[in-house]
Design a protein. Structure first.
Lengths: 377, 420
């Protein structure tokens, strides 16, 4: 019966083309993501392009761009880019940086900053990027602070200040670029998804699988309305109902796993298959309950876009949010995405499936019991 | 002509027969979402807790220097609005991370401060559950910044100590070191004074709120096509051939169906917007501005907001409706029809910046996205919100509509003539 159902779906050319399109599209997106990009685009420039501190600071920022997509240009070019919306922010390093840093260290009045920042509006990525800008400038601030402090300490003790070269030699001898942090993962078996452009891919593919389940429900309802199952016995109808959701989900799921590996987002084959199998059960149970609660083709078609939209916002596809947690736990995609790096949610997902199947059983058999009772009356 | 009129009326009845059900479910869902969102906002306002990222610190934090550092970060630093630091045991931190209650935890090694003061810099473990995306990138960025600032501070302290010691200042060095540490902290905490920030008023720009309004609006319209999949993917394909034989040509069939669908879409959008305006005015919610240099109050007070959305967004809505119809025409059956809608709109929506701002993508992708139908619709809608209509994009949006409609007619014609 399952083979017949699968064959029926696969006989539709547009469905087969769609299945083939999924890995192709994901692969194309993964190729595009390899191009130079950043969460926020910042144009660096300096009023005095010959200022040594400015030159070195720009080099350091360009080497450690991190979240931002940083470029260096002239002040005029940078403003042109900001005005036509090509960049989010322009950082202009002020002139005479050395004396300005000294003003900052000595708390001199009239100090008016080291960098002019022009931006369309202040966003979180720009705030984080500014922390890095400060860190880079802190190299000179810290140097001058210690120089100022030493000068004060020595003069208090009646000792003449050491030569700047001597100070500089000692200072350089202590320099270290070693990172203080080691990034570890709670579940080391899962791969790290580094590229922010590709990270949402898994969530989008998961929604495609969920949608395949919902479409299976729609397809089944349509068949039911057209009287396809009129001659089928009750026990077989429930199996057909479950199959109508599982088969499209399994087909789409297989191409989604393939797409994950093509985009480089896959963990290990065994884990992906396990995650997929559990997700199909979770999503299948969710679709079964929906199919019973909204026992009408048109009602399900109305609710489908809402489920997809809510999943986009609340499930950790793009960002992890703590809003409306109760709603998050109703959506199967939450369990799948959380369980990729955390086995705790794998168990929760199984529990979720069991609960949903119980709810489905309660509604399904309850409905049929009521129907049979009414029939007797 | 009369037959076409009758067919259009039948289509209108067919689509609008579902309107009460659509409105009821839409209303119920919106009420649920609205109530939950209001409850969430209310509870957050009540507890004065706008904190976004929770980070647990595992290890001995009783050292005075570390205590000062953590206290300064929690109470004095500008980051206190984005980060909450929690003092947890390792098991508690693991459990909280597993449950998703915290974003990460930091494990401070034993004698952390001693190691820092001697320069051995014992490594701090930054533990996340891996599924971080942008959050993980931001964490790495902040870790780099902290490491760099700490290394520079240490270099300065050791230099000061070395030269002071070599000049015979040993006994008096303790207070000097303490003082220098406080000076460094003060400078780090006052880091905002290093920048002179100017928020630019760019005339034709939309704010982030306006950007996301356009994105969510387009995404909703795109996904809404799934709502009518039951009607579009009717099994009674042979009816189309019968209608054709009765004189209702494929062009008339297609336009009548599109017209009815578009009117239903318009009705729903009008309902949702009016509901939104009502909700906002009753609760007196202060909305962020959509256009740079323009206050939202101006829009809301004279009803211009409603007019802008309902009338000026019509070309974009029509284009998407034509696109959706073309996709349903090209696919066979509800399964392929709905999945194709989803695939097309999600991939186009993604590269056109309906999820991430388009500036996150490489320049080449942005250029491609801007010429796609959704990209063009987005440019047009943003220009409407910023009071500076982009007529070139309007023209292209209309041209796209014509192309999709022609495509639908041709496919319908082909299907009818070939009995598919």
């Amino acid at each position: 019966m399952a083979m017949l159902y699968a064959k029926r779906i696969l006989l539709k050319p547009s469905f087969v083309i769609l299945l083939l399109m999924v890995p192709l599209l994901v692969f194309a997106l993964s190729l595009m993501a390899k191009e130079e990009s950043g969460i926020t685009r910042i144009e660096l420039c300096a009023y005095d392009s010959s200022d040594e501190i400015a030159i070195e600071a720009v080099d350091m920022l360009l080497e450690n761009s991190g979240l931002g997509d940083l470029h260096y240009s002239s002040v005029e070019e940078a403003f042109e880019l900001l005005e036509n919306g090509s960049v989010d922010s322009v950082w202009v390093l002020k002139d005479s940086l050395e004396s300005r840093i000294m003003d900052f260290c000595y708390n001199r009045t009239g100090f008016d900053g080291l960098v002019d920042i022009y931006e369309k509006e202040d966003t979180i990525p720009l705030k984080i990027a500014r922390e890095k800008l400060f860190a880079v400038l802190y190299k000179w601030i810290s140097y001058d602070l210690s120089y100022v402090q030493l000068e004060s300490v020595l003069s208090q003790n009646g000792i003449e200040m050491v030569l700047e070269d001597q100070f500089d030699t000692v200072y350089r001898s202590y320099k270290s670029d070693e990172s203080l942090f080691v990034h570890n993962y709670l579940n080391a078996a899962s791969a790290k998804e580094d590229d922010y452009l590709l990270t949402p891919m898994r969530g989008m593919l998961a929604l495609l699988i969920l949608l395949a389940g919902l479409c299976g429900t729609l397809y089944h309802k349509q068949d039911k309305e057209n009287g396809v199952f009129d001659g089928t016995v009750f026990s077989k109808r429930i199996i057909i109902g479950i199959m109508s959701q599982l088969i499209p989900m399994i087909m789409v799921g297989i191409v989604c796993v393939l797409a994950l590996f093509l985009s480089g987002n896959g963990t290990s084959l065994f884990r992906e298959i396990l995650l997929l199998a559990i997700y199909i059960l979770e999503a299948g149970a969710f679709c079964l309950v929906l199919g019973e609660v909204f026992d009408d083709l048109n009602k399900i078609t109305v609710i489908t876009p809402f489920i997809i939209l809510i999943s986009f916002v609340l499930c950790p596809i793009f960002f992890r949010t703590n809003y409306l947690k109760a709603v998050q736990w109703v959506l199967p995609t939450t369990y799948y995405l959380r369980s990729v790096h955390n086995n705790h949610f794998l168990n929760n997902g199984i529990l979720y499936t069991v609960v949903l199947i119980m709810i489905f059983g309660f509604i399904y058999f309850g409905k049929h019991y009521l129907k049979a009772s009414n029939h007797k009356i | 002509m009369n037959k076409t009129k009758v067919y259009f009326t039948i289509q209108l009845k067919r689509f609008f027969r579902e309107l009460p059900a659509i409105l009821c479910i839409t209303l119920c869902l919106l009420l649920c979402i609205g109530a939950l969102a209001a409850a969430s906002i209310h509870s957050r306002q009540k507890s004065d807790d706008y904190i976004r990222v929770k980070i647990a610190i595992v290890g001995n934090t009783s050292d005075s220097y570390l205590g000062i550092g953590i206290s300064a970060l929690s109470n004095l630093d500008t980051s206190k609005y984005e980060v909450e630091l929690l003092d947890l045991s390792l098991d508690e931190a693991k459990d909280s991370l597993q449950k998703g209650d915290i974003s990460m935890y930091l494990v401070l090694p034993e004698n952390f401060i001693d190691g820092i003061s001697t320069g051995s810099n014992p490594k701090v473990q930054m533990v996340t559950d891996g599924a971080n995306g942008i959050g993980g990138l931001a964490a790495d960025e902040i870790a780099w910044t902290i490491s760099y600032v700490l290394n520079e501070s240490q270099t300065a302290i050791y230099t000061l100590q070395n030269i002071a010691y070599s000049n015979g200042i040993q006994d008096a060095y303790g207070p000097v070191a303490d003082n220098f540490f406080l000076v460094q902290m003060k400078k780090i905490l006052s880091r905002e004074s290093v920048y002179d920030i100017h928020e630019m008023g760019i005339d034709d720009g939309v704010t982030l709120a306006g950007y996301y309004f356009c994105s969510i609006f387009l995404l909703f319209i795109m996904l809404w096509g799934i709502t009518c999949s039951g009607i579009f993917c009717s099994k009674k394909e042979e009816l189309k051939t019968i209608l054709y034989s009765k004189g209702i040509k494929s062009i008339n069939q297609t336009i009548c169906e599109l017209g009815a669908y578009f009117l239903l879409m318009f009705g729903i959008v009008m309902f949702l917007i009016l509901l939104g305006v009502l909700f906002i005015s009753i609760l007196q919610i202060e909305l962020p501005s959509f256009a740079i240099n323009e206050s939202m109050d101006i829009w809301m007070s004279d009803g211009e907001f409603v007019i802008n959305i309902l009338v000026k967004f019509l070309p974009a809505m029509l284009m998407i409706a034509c696109f959706q119809q073309a996709l349903y025409e090209i696919t066979d059956g509800i399964l392929a029809g709905v999945l194709t809608q989803f695939m097309c709109f999600i991939s186009l929506g993604y590269i056109c910046g309906c999820f991430y701002p388009s500036s996150y993508f490489p320049i080449a992708v942005q250029k491609i996205a801007n010429i796609t139908p959704i990209g063009m619709a987005k440019i047009y809608c943003e220009s409407v919100l910023s009071y500076n209509i982009n007529f070139a994009s309007l023209f292209i949006v209309i041209a796209y509509s014509a192309v999709f409609l022609t495509f639908s007619i041709l496919i319908r014609n082909y299907k009818i003539k070939n009995g598919k």
